[in-house]
Design a binder for this molecule. Structure first.
Ligand SMILES: *Cc1c(COP(=O)(O)O)cnc(C)c1O
Length: 404
């Protein structure tokens, strides 16, 4: 077989993704190596997924052990890793019950369907409105692009599911106007990830909780990006003085093995009655065995305080570089989910920074055209941060302030 190239990629993949600039062959810890043998510092973490870095020995061991037992059964049979993982998740969160899926969008799809069904059972079909936020991202299924607050992801896919109300993020007045007895759910991220690494205003989140209780609506928190230690707590909602009704988790839950979970309290979960929803792969023993080990590794006080410490070090370093170069309005985010927000005069150019980082053998992300986003493995060391910062120093220094 001839060596596979990016032109092969371009020839056979559907063109919905930009053609990547590298083919990566392997990863270890916080580094990945491409087919030419070049090694990169991973400050992207596969989009906030590779929380324990690449090929973590304990995750590999959990996966291999399960691979030698049984791969798949379907939900007509039970398996031990799924029961153990669901038990563990309910022990460390607000949740009483868990539904397993395979991706963030699927977990959110389940959350939206569950909220609709709960409201239908309790109050009838009139109570179906779902309040969501501008710039929110909840996945790419038709239901979740409809919930999301980025019209470009919905364009040309209509007719879309109805009943969604989108309001500006982090403003209380539009929310107070939108919520009513017809509201069945409010869906929100505690830090908008794709939408620009924007932490929610704690007052808004508290108001949402109170208003949901008043009208009998479910509070759904999408923690697909913020969950599993990313913000320095196991889940981002745990920084706040509220209890959700439904939380979704994916990305770092399997640390790179596809698995997702929808967590719910008893009063909500009971509406997923026999036959009302399902998934062939959801809760498969492979994903659950990996996620069980991931949860055990991440939900340690030392690990979570490490995320806070290293995240603070990274944020402080970026702020110091910004004092020197003045590219950013601010650096925002929580733990190891950080966004550097370009000043208006540099708007649209976050992608250039990602490309410049790649040239210096470092992987980064954007969150929209104006925000450089970092979501590295949680095992990143202080020394790795210093390494990243010295590369950013060069990148920011070379950033052309007057583009042609
Ligand atoms: C990535 C993401 C999703 C979608 O997850 P997929 O696994 O790509 O379906 C949903 N919500 C949030 C907040 C995300 O960051």
């Amino acid at each position: 077989m001839h060596a596979l190239t990016l032109s092969d990629y371009e020839a056979v993949m559907t063109p919905n993704y930009g053609v990547p600039s590298r083919i990566i062959r392997e990863g270890r810890g916080v580094h990945v190596t491409d087919v030419d043998g070049d090694t990169y510092l991973d400050m992207a973490g596969g989009i906030a997924v590779s929380a324990m870095g690449h090929c973590h020995p304990e995750l590999v061991a959990a996966l291999v052990a399960q691979a030698n037992r049984v791969w798949h059964l379907s939900n007509t049979l039970a398996n031990e890793p799924a029961i153990a993982l669901a038990k563990a998740l309910t022990e460390v969160t607000f949740a009483d019950r868990v539904f397993f899926a395979n991706s963030g969008a699927e977990a959110n799809e389940a959350a939206l369907k569950l909220a609709r069904r709960a409201a239908f059972n309790e109050c009838g079909p009139e109570k179906h409105e779902i309040i969501c936020f501008e710039n929110a991202f909840h996945g790419r299924t038709l239901f979740t692009v409809s919930a999301g607050g980025q019209p470009k992801y919905r364009e040309g896919f209509g007719p879309l599911p109805g009943g969604f109300i989108h309001i500006p993020f982090n403003e209380c007045a539009p929310f107070e106007r939108a919520i009513s007895e017809k509201t069945c759910a409010v869906m929100v991220e505690v830090v908008q990830g794709e939408g620009g690494v924007r932490p929610i205003c704690p007052t808004l989140l508290e108001k949402i909780r109170i208003a949901c209780d008043r009208v009998g609506a479910r509070l759904i928190i999408d923690e697909v990006q913020t969950g599993m230690g990313r913000t320095g707590r196991l889940f981002g909602y745990q920084h706040h003085d509220i209890t959700p009704d439904i939380v979704t988790s994916a990305k770092s839950l399997g640390c790179g093995f596809p698995i997702a979970a929808m967590l719910a309290n008893e009063a909500t979960a009971q509406h997923f009655t026999l036959g009302s929803h399902g998934s062939t792969y959801g809760g498969n023993p492979m994903g659950c065995a990996v996620a069980l080990k991931a949860l055990e590794l991440i939900n340690q006080p030392e690990m979570l305080s490490h995320v806070e410490r290293v995240g603070a070090h990274l944020q402080a370093g970026l702020n110091a570089l910004n004092t020197k170069y003045g590219l950013f309005e601010r650096v925002r985010g929580r733990g190891l989910l950080l966004g550097c927000v370009l000043k208006p005069e540099f708007h649209g150019r976050a992608g250039e920074l990602v490309k410049a980082a790649l040239d210096l053998k470092m992987l980064c992300l954007i969150a929209g055209p104006n925000v450089l986003r970092l979501a590295p493995p949680l095992i990143l060391s202080q020394a790795n941060v210093d390494d990243a910062l010295s590369r950013f120093d060069q990148i920011f220094a070379r950033f052309e302030k007057d583009p042609a």
